[in-house]
Design a protein around this ligand. Structure first.
Ligand code: CP
Ligand code: NVA
Length: 307
């Protein structure tokens, strides 16, 4: 039987995504109470990072340990992947020894190809096209801090990038309305926008876009791999900085989210993360709890001991 993978939010049903929110909140409470929960004893997660990471690496590695298992950091620089061993061969071999594999990569096709040959679940830890694990944390954060997101309005600012694509999928899967406010030339994936139908629209004018917003979220203007465009993008995205004044135009209960890392003075004003309407530190911590729920969901229950 082929394993369950988590490459985009479309890999789970809305009911499963709701389960992950509930379980993420439960696991968070257990940790706060100092109660151990170790259903993944003896299980091992492989983590392939082709790009840098702070939150994704720490949350997956710490999360696996806290669930009773362990995690291996696999850099392409040190494995045969970096020397051209085919993805399919690597997937067959690694998945025969590991219980799940998280991959942070450039081309999304690397994930789909790896998953096609893997006997263990593959988790997307970010690709050029999607960042679904971040959305698990974002949705748990909104639930904790504001309540149910169904039919609320979420405004995405800036680049129609990997995070934006996962927000488009989230709009459909969690049932909220998404407004994307981006400069021309940086529109989100047209096919995904069509797929989302009336759940997603583009409003270019930032002040118009934030009317009635319950969530405002943004991301760096130059993603990993786009470093050479960074200076040009600062000019191209001028006018799309999220500020306290912009939040003032939204719903009084608006929540500001940012997947981090943030560039103060670029996509956000210097003071935004200190604003009481910002939930970014809870959001970052929730990567841990939400992904523990995901790991538990994807990895089968512990082996029976034969000591
Ligand atoms: N938000 C996020 O994925 O952060 P890292 O790049 O630090 O993992
Ligand atoms: N869009 C950003 C997200 C970082 C978590 C990037 O891909 O670099």
């Amino acid at each position: 039987m082929s394993p369950r993978h988590f490459l985009t939010l479309q890999d789970c049903t809305p009911a499963e995504l709701e389960h992950l929110i509930q379980r993420g909140m439960q696991l968070k409470k257990l940790r706060q109470q100092g109660i151990a929960c170790e259903p993944l004893k003896g299980r091992v997660l492989g983590m392939i990072f082709e790009k840098s990471s702070t939150r994704t690496r720490v949350s997956f590695e710490a999360g696996m340990f806290q669930l009773g298992g362990s995690a291996l950091f696999l850099s392409p620089r040190d494995t045969q992947l970096g020397r051209g061993e085919p993805l399919a061969d690597s997937a067959i071999v690694m998945s025969s020894m590991l219980d799940a594999i998280m991959i942070r990569t450039f081309a999304h096709s690397t994930l789909t190809e790896f998953a096609a040959h893997s006997s263990a679940p593959i988790i997307n830890g970010l690709s050029d096209d999607h960042h679904p694990c971040q959305l698990l944390a974002d949705m748990q954060t909104y639930r904790e801090l504001r309540g149910c997101i169904k039919d609320k309005t979420v405004v995405w600012f800036g680049d129609g990038n990997n995070m934006c694509s996962s927000y488009i999928e989230a709009a459909v899967q969690y049932g909220f309305n998404l407004v994307v406010s981006c400069p021309e030339g940086f529109d989100p994936d047209a096919e995904l926008m069509r797929w989302a139908g009336s759940r997603a629209q583009i409003i270019r004018d930032p002040k118009q876009a934030v009317q009635g917003a319950h969530v405002i979220s943004t991301d760096v203007w130059a993603s990993m791999g786009q470093e050479a465009e960074a200076q040009a993008r600062i000019k191209q995205f001028a006018g799309y900085q999220v500020t306290r004044e912009l939040l003032d135009l939204a719903d009084p209960q608006v929540l500001f989210l940012h997947c981090l890392p943030a560039h103060r003075g670029e996509e956000i004003s210097h003071d935004l993360l200190e604003d009481p309407r910002s939930g970014v530190w809870t959001q970052a911590e929730n990567r841990l709890h939400a992904q523990k729920a995901l790991l538990e969901f994807l990895i089968k229950p512990s082996l029976v001991s034969n000591d």
